[in-house]
Design a protein around this ligand. Structure first.
Ligand code: S3P
Length: 424
């Protein structure tokens, strides 16, 4: 059990760790180049270390120091691993690597931890199979362990209409499409995070986005930049954006946060609720925008949203639910069924655990979440279900309320190893 004490205010300049999604992609794409790539501000969290370990087992030289140095063997230089690849807790590692290994001339078997072994993989295996890949999972959901066989022939480019907006599924198809015999088109219901597309453009690949449609042309080689600078993770910044807003007398500056517009839904919704967030010193690197965020205490009101906003803040919904509990009136979040298949069923976890801190405040249907703001908050002992985002959201909830004890604090190392720096 880790106990988080209530705090009165937050007045800090905060440096958050590198973006998790971009760190994964930086290692994967650098591994496909034939010149060395230095990665700065890489997130050395457990998920991204799983990606490094998988790439190393496929023959890529990766040196881990203050910076990461990746020396790949070219687009066609991956080698058959002599052992199973373990993606740990990381859906991004597994789904993107299913796409990357589908066209390779070798066999690979993946496994992962008990959470990842329950998460649905059919959503990735289906389009890859349409492209001609040979991938076998454990049951109808195609759960782990999963084996990818050498395809019978070169993959074919397809046109694929995605049933859900998922950057992991989209990126898996994009990576496979680099090796196909003809172009591939992906149509998303709403735009999801586009880091794979932006980074591939920085590696000189031919990939074009028009509205919700992405077209990928087969590549012969990737031309890598010498250096990739990973911006700070807005999903990690979200905890401080929420906490500084709901605590009185607070003002926080969060340095170098990625503000790619496919990720800034948290800023848009907090502002709609009445938060004061300023974007300062915006800059660009490798196609990704980053800036300092200044956030000041504010009174919040409940709002309703869903649809295309959801992919822009999917990982921040537990933190937003905390903000909503301190707002005046109800907040309704629609179209959030995807939360049921994250590291844990986050809708069920929010209802079960957040109601212990603010009783009778959180209700969910299969696909929506309703939060009654302004109810009384009490000290509670809560479960994280080994989910990093549940652990961090419960921690800021307790810090702004009457304290909390969480059963597992170690899981924050998945995305934010030094998260507890500002919380007692
Ligand atoms: C991610 C995509 C999202 C997100 C996950 C990271 C990525 O998942 O929830 O934490 O890096 O592509 P989905 O693609 O399943 O929506």
């Amino acid at each position: 059990m880790k106990k988080i004490l209530p705090i009165k205010n937050l007045r800090e300049e905060i440096k958050i760790p590198g973006d998790k999604s971009i760190s994964h992609r930086a290692v994967m794409l650098a591994s496909l180049a034939d010149t060395p790539v230095e990665i700065e501000n890489f997130l050395a969290g457990a998920d991204c270390l799983s990606t490094i370990s998988c790439m190393k087992k496929m023959g890529v030289d990766i040196q881990i120091g203050e910076k990461i140095l990746v020396t790949g063997n070219g687009l066609f230089g991956l080698r058959e691993p002599s052992d199973i690849l373990d993606a740990g807790n990381s859906g991004t590692t597994l789904r993107l690597l299913l796409g990357l290994t589908a066209p390779q001339n070798f066999l690979v078997t993946f496994t992962g931890d008990s959470s990842l072994r329950q998460r649905p993989m059919a959503r990735v295996i289906k389009p890859l199979t349409e492209m001609g890949a040979s991938i076998f999972g454990r049951n109808d959901n195609k759960n782990l362990p999963i084996t990818v066989l050498k395809p019978e022939k070169k993959l074919r480019g397809i046109t694929y209409k995605m049933p859900v907006a998922s950057a992991q599924v989209k990126s898996a198809i994009i990576l496979a499409a680099l090796y196909a015999e003809n172009p591939t088109t992906i149509i998303e219901p709403y735009p999801s995070r586009n880091h794979t597309e932006k980074m591939l453009q920085a590696f000189d690949a031919n990939i074009q986005t028009v509205g919700n449609e992405i077209k990928i042309f087969p590549a012969e080689k990737l031309t890598a930049p010498e250096k990739i600078i990973v911006p700070g993770d807005i999903s990690s910044a979200a905890y401080w954006l929420v906490l500084a807003t709901i605590l009185k007398n607070s003002c926080v500056i969060i340095k170098n946060v990625g503000i790619n517009e496919t990720r800034t839904g948290i800023i848009d919704i907090l502002k709609k609720m009445g938060a004061q967030i300023e974007i300062l010193n915006a800059q660009e690197s490798g196609g990704e925008l980053f800036a300092d965020l200044k956030v000041t205490s504010s009174k919040l009101r409940g709002v309703e949203f869903g649809g295309e906003m959801i992919p822009r803040l999917i990982d921040e919904i537990p933190a937003l639910a905390v903000a909503a509990a301190f707002a005046e009136g109800d907040t309704i979040i629609n179209d959030v069924g995807e939360l049921r298949v994250k590291e844990t069923d986050r809708l069920a976890a929010i209802v079960e655990e957040f109601n212990k801190i603010s009783p009778n405040s959180f209700e969910a249907t299969e696909n929506s979440l309703k939060i009654h703001g302004g109810n009384k908050k009490i000290f509670a002992e809560c479960k994280t279900f080994a989910d990093h985002r549940m652990a961090m959201s419960l921690s800021i909830f307790g810090a702004a309320a009457d304290g909390v004890a969480i059963d597992d604090s170690d899981c924050v190392k998945i995305s934010y190893p030094n998260f507890f720096e500002f919380l007692g």
